[in-house]
Design a protein around this ligand. Sequence first.
Ligand SMILES: [Zn+2]
Ligand SMILES: [Zn+2]
Length: 172
Amino acid sequence: MLIDLSTLISDNSKTCTVDTEIEAKTFDINGFKYPYEDGKVNILFKCEDGKLKIIGQIKATIIMLCDRCLSDVKKQFDIAYNNEIDMNETGLQTGADEEYPFIEDKQFCTEQFVYNEILTRLPMKVLCKEDCKGLCPKCGKNLNDGSCNCERAEIDPRMSKFQDVFNQFKEV
Ligand SMILES: [Zn+2]
Ligand SMILES: [Zn+2]
């Protein structure tokens, strides 16, 4: 949703509120499309002496994937945003400001705002649970559901070195 802030900026000390659902169906990153289960955004704008106050709240649930076993993980975002932007700075008027990519030519894009704020709070690692066992690299079975019959030769690298030396010794 695009919100035209030009009237708000020219008429000093007025406020404007926006209460809307997130329009995007998916949160797209690195070629992945994570579906939104729900998403709401609520923003209060206030402009005084060329300073735009933005008080926003984003509540969203995104269905992501566990990094280890690839099962669905619901990530909840409850973001409180509070900022004051000096609209007299020329960069903002033309949309050249990197810090506020959601404002361009006095137009505020709620979708860009939501994307930007969730992006900065995206967890580094997504796990279904702390001790997720992941998938078997051989058969792909989810090891949280029980072990598989694949042989897992986990040789300690120090031991294998030892073995090499031992084998060499035997050859002599
Ligand atoms: Zn997992
Ligand atoms: Zn297996």
